[in-house]
Design a protein around this ligand. Structure first.
Ligand code: PGA
Length: 244
């Protein structure tokens, strides 16, 4: 990889508790010993762990991110929801939006667009997930879907400097299967042609084995890592291998 620095984003999904946070001292001491300008690490724990994790990460270069946000940056009568202002207040600097697991629960491109807008207003950086399903891939609709998700998700958003795209083929998430190298190269180029200067991460079953292949993809700016990020040793292993 030839980029200035590589992003490693840990998406813990609905996993983790206060005890799990203890294992992160392995990651924080690894980061302290490493060259800082090589990578950016962002941890996105469940909302229950944002505040305690913020206390741990405060003294490190690791940044905190949330996994979703309500579309309004204002307070309101929305039971169970959290807005971008609240996330920012507990230390989050990033938020993952448009994840396929939330799209599958009914989040539309339009709703994701509102979430991106309000999160930008609150001063968060966005990790905006896009990707095709297996059926769409088989029907050769990948580029059409990516294009649609980008156009609608980023509608009326002029300043894209705080947006990072995570290209996550839905069929690859949690399946252990990743696309062929040339497919990733092609789709990432397609995204970068659509939005000049945007950073693009790859996400979907990234692990300590396939990182040896994924790290050779020069147009990538990093990785969004689910399952393998929940174990500190596995996560560190991925980072180390990227630079070996
Ligand atoms: P995975 O998840 O690494 O477990 O496939 C990635 C994601 O959903 O962001």
């Amino acid at each position: 990889m030839t980029n200035k620095y590589i992003y490693f984003v840990a998406n813990w999904k609905m996993f983790g508790n206060l005890k799990t946070l203890n294992s992160l001292n392995k990651v924080t001491s690894f980061v302290k010993k490493s060259k800082r300008d090589k990578f950016k690490i962002i941890y996105c724990p469940p909302a229950t762990l944002l505040s305690p994790l913020n206390d741990i990460l405060k003294k490190t270069s690791i940044k905190l991110g949330a996994q979703n946000s309500h579309e309004s940056e204002n307070y309101g009568a929305f039971t169970g929801q959290l807005n971008s202002k609240m996330l920012k207040a507990v230390g989050a600097r990033y938020v993952i939006l448009g994840h396929s697991e939330n799209r599958q629960l009914g989040e539309s491109d339009n709703l994701i667009n509102k979430k991106i807008n309000s999160s930008i207003k609150s001063g968060l950086k966005i990790i905006f997930c896009i990707g095709e399903t297996l059926t769409q891939k088989r029907k050769k609709l990948t580029k059409k879907i990516l294009s649609q998700q980008i156009t609608q998700g980023l509608k009326k958003i002029k300043n894209k400097k705080n947006i990072i795209i995570a290209y996550e083929p839905v069929w690859s998430i949690g399946s252990g299967v990743i696309p062929k190298k040339n497919e990733i190269v092609e789709n990432v180029n397609f995204i970068k042609d659509k939005i000049k200067g945007i950073k693009v991460l790859y996400g979907g079953s990234v692990n300590g084995k396939n990182i040896n292949l994924l790290k050779k993809i020069n147009n990538l700016d990093g990785f969004l890592i689910g399952g393998a990020s929940q174990n500190s040793n596995n996560f560190i292993d991925i980072i180390k291998k990227t630079f070996n």
